[in-house]
Each structure stands twice: as structure tokens, then as C-alpha cells.
Design a protein around this ligand. Structure first.
Ligand code: ASP
Ligand code: MG
Length: 405
């Protein structure tokens, strides 16, 4: 008898009809003899609706009260789901984070799970009943409600799976798995059968939206297999597993991309100790995440610095940098909000040389200029002009043999 944690995203519980469908699916699992634990998101669009309400009261709502508000979305779906299961003659019980308890730190809006008490859950399971758990929420030791950050129900599901030592954590969504790239811009994108945790982490951080990155990190740490699949079909989706459980070795597994990028260049900065911290400290104090940073040497004691931030942070970052630039005597600050990042990811890169040059070659062959490059052990990213995103993604997908398998 297996223990399966099933997490259903917002589109899978979008209304009562969908909730009834999910109930049928949960019951099918029970009938097979497995123990099922359900974790739910709010109905699709609900969390956004709640944020909008809060912003009608205040442009920057109080974080504690915002979490009280946002946690209500999941309270709606878990209660309805428990009703739907009971209606079908199955024992079920809904649980808020505070009822389990799912203990978190105090970082409202981006709380981290510290501990999950399993007693009540285990009792419910032993009775043959189905726990239906609110994703995305927890409670601090002081009793304040917290949320885990957007998409956080994935993390709840993986953390619950870990705490209960589940056999697998199934993430149900509206697509049938993890794709080599976005099928919307690359028609030859394929569903991946198996991908390693590490590759999935890179894919998620480089723009693939199907899994929240923290949940993958968690699953990797505790070696919980993830199965990403559709709640609208019965076909198998994609497994995220340990690298040594993957037989088929490919050089490149995926081509993620992100158009949510902007670039800022500070030219003719004095090249001496302390300059980088003068530039980047105020940026990090403003909670702006800097992605790539490049420093070029000039044939003088001046240097140029270029870095990227997300679109949302671009204007604020520009303002900060302009302030710092005059302070440190830099000549010019230039910004470019029309860029994109295309990447290739694959554990096969570790043992192969020439992958980067092949990537550059493919882009050059399509007349695409590379503006910035960054690499890690299993990924290479290039910043390009945004208008070439589709072309670059398709060319790389094709060029690395992902289109014809
Ligand atoms: N409802 C929350 C959100 O939209 C959590 C989740 O769906 O994972 O971010
Ligand atoms: Mg979600």
C-alpha cells in the first residue's frame, strides 16, 4: 500500500465542477488501495483577487494582515473538497496549516516551513480517511498566519510528503508534464519523461513555470520523487528524480527562457576596491535580486559594469544606480529593458566540452547577437534582444536535437 501526496493547482479546483472531478480522481487512488493525502491551491485567480482587494485599501498592505487574507483562498477549496469526498461516502477531513500544525518562520509572504506535526494526519490516514490540506499557508510559533510565497502550495505538498515519508508527491496541473521548452513558442517541444532534480531546479529558476523552485529544492534534499501530471487526463506526466535513476543520457534536456529581464550598464567606473559594493549594496537593500553581473576591463583604471534584474525591478534599480553613479564618479548609466535570457540545461554538459561553443554557433547562425553570457556546471545562459526570443529558442531546441526524438 503506497502513500501518495496529491497536490492540485488552481486550475484543477477552479470551480465546483472541477472540485468534483478531482474528488473522483482522489477516490480512484483510494480504490487502488493506496493512501491518499490531498494538498490544494486556491481556485485559479483567487489569490490575485485577494491581493487586489488588499491593494484597494493600501498600496502596501500590512504583511501580517495580508497573510490572513491570502490564506482564505485555500480554506475555500479544502472545505469544498472534503464535502465532495464525504458526499461520495469517503471519510475526509480538511486541515488548515494552523490545525496540523505547519510551523513556519515569521517572514510574512515568503515564510519557510520549519516543522510539520504529523500526529493528526497519521491518525486520519490510519482511520482510512483522506486528509485535505490547505497549501501555501502555515503558522508561526506565536500563532500568526503566514503564507509561503506565490506558488507555495507545491512546497507544502513536498514538505507534507517528506514529513509523512510518502512514496511519491504528485503535482497535478493543467499541462501534462514538464516540457523541453515552452510549446507555445516552439511547436516541436516534447514532454520529458524523467528529469533530475538539479536540472529541474535550473529549469525552474531560468523561466520554466510548471514547478515552484523551492519545492524542487526540498524534494531534492529529501529525495522525494515528484510526478508532474495533468488533472484532466490519465496519462503519465514527468518524473523528477535522482540523476542516477535516469537511463537515457542527453546532452541538453531543456531550453528554458525568460523575457522578464532588463539590463543596466554603468560605464567608466573607477576600477578600485569597494566600488562593486557601493553599487550593489543599495540594490540589495531595496530587495532587488541581481542576476548576471559582468565587469569589463578597459585599458585604463576605468571599468564598465553590466548587470540584469527582473522587469519589475528595472525602474527602481535604474534610479538607485543613477544616484550611486554620480557619487562614485561614473560617466554614464544606460538601461535596456528589451532583453531576454535563453538558456540550455543538461547534466550531460558536465562531461562534454564544446557545448557552449555549439550554442554560440547556433545563435550566430541565425544572426542573433549575444549581449551577455553566464554558465554553471549544467547550464549556459545568453542574454539577447527580446525580439529574437522565439527564434533563439526554436533554433537551440532544434540544434541540440530536442526536436526530433
Ligand atoms: N494560491 C497560491 C498562489 O496562487 C498558492 C499556490 O497556488 O500554489 O500563489
Ligand atoms: Mg500554483
Amino acid at each position: 500500500m503506497a502513500l501518495i501526496v496529491q497536490k492540485y493547482g488552481g486550475t484543477s479546483v477552479a470551480d465546483c465542477r472541477h472540485i468534483e472531478n478531482v474528488a473522483e480522481r482522489v477516490i480512484a487512488g483510494k480504490r487502488q488501495g493506496d493512501n491518499v493525502v490531498v494538498v490544494l491551491s486556491a481556485m485559479s485567480g483567487e489569490t490575485n483577487r485577494l491581493i487586489d482587494l488588499a491593494e484597494q485599501i493600501h498600496t502596501r498592505p500590512d504583511p501580517r494582515e495580508l497573510d490572513v487574507l491570502l490564506s482564505t483562498g485555500e480554506q475555500v477549496t479544502i472545505s469544498l473538497m472534503a464535502m465532495a469526498l464525504k458526499k461520495r461516502g469517503f471519510g475526509a477531513r480538511s486541515f488548515l496549516g494552523s490545525q496540523i500544525t505547519i510551523e513556519t518562520d515569521t517572514a510574512h509572504g515568503k515564510a519557510r516551513i520549519m516543522n510539520i506535526a504529523t500526529e493528526e494526519l497519521k491518525k486520519t490516514i490510519t482511520r482510512g480517511h483522506i486528509p485535505v490540506i490547505a497549501g501555501f499557508q502555515g503558522i508561526t510559533p506565536e500563532g500568526d498566519i503566514t503564507t509561503l510565497g506565490r506558488g507555495g502550495s507545491d512546497t507544502t505538498a513536498v514538505a507534507v510528503a517528506t514529513a509523512l515519508d510518502a512514496d511519491v508527491c504528485e503535482i497535478y496541473t493543467d499541462v501534462d508534464g514538464i516540457y523541453t521548452t515552452d510549446p507555445n513558442i516552439c511547436p516541436s517541444a516534447r514532454k520529458i519523461d524523467r528529469i533530475s532534480y538539479e536540472e529541474m531546479m535550473e529549469m525552474a529558476s531560468l523561466g520554466a513555470k510548471v514547478l515552484e523552485i523551492r519545492s524542487v529544492e526540498y524534494a531534492m534534499r529529501y529525495e522525494i520523487p515528484l510526478h508532474v501530471r495533468s488533472s484532466f487526463t490519465d496519462s503519465l506526466g514527468s518524473y523528477v528524480v535522482k540523476e542516477d535513476e535516469i537511463m537515457e543520457q542527453t546532452l541538453v534536456s531543456g531550453v528554458p527562457y525568460s523575457t522578464n529581464e532588463a539590463r543596466i550598464t554603468i560605464s567608466k567606473v573607477p576600477d578600485r576596491p569597494g566600488i562593486a559594493t557601493k553599487i550593489f549594496s543599495p540594490i540589495s537593500e531595496a530587495n532587488i535580486v541581481v542576476d548576471m553581473i559582468i565587469q569589463n576591463t578597459r585599458a585604463s583604471d576605468l571599468t564598465d559594469m553590466t548587470f540584469t534584474v527582473s522587469q519589475a525591478d528595472y525602474e527602481q534599480a535604474m534610479e538607485i544606480v543613477k544616484g550611486v553613479a554620480s557619487e562614485i564618479g561614473a560617466e554614464r548609466v544606460a538601461g535596456d529593458p528589451d532583453i531576454a535570457k535563453v538558456s540550455i540545461v543538461g547534466v550531460g554538459m558536465r562531461n562534454h566540452s564544446g557545448v557552449a561553443s555549439k550554442m554560440f554557433d547556433i545563435l550566430a547562425g541565425h544572426g542573433i547577437n549575444i549581449l551577455m553570457i553566464s554558465t554553471s556546471e549544467i547550464k549556459i545562459s545568453c542574454i539577447i534582444q527580446r525580439k529574437y526570443t522565439e527564434l533563439a529558442v526554436r533554433a537551440l531546441h532544434e540544434g541540440f536535437g530536442l526536436s526530433d526524438q
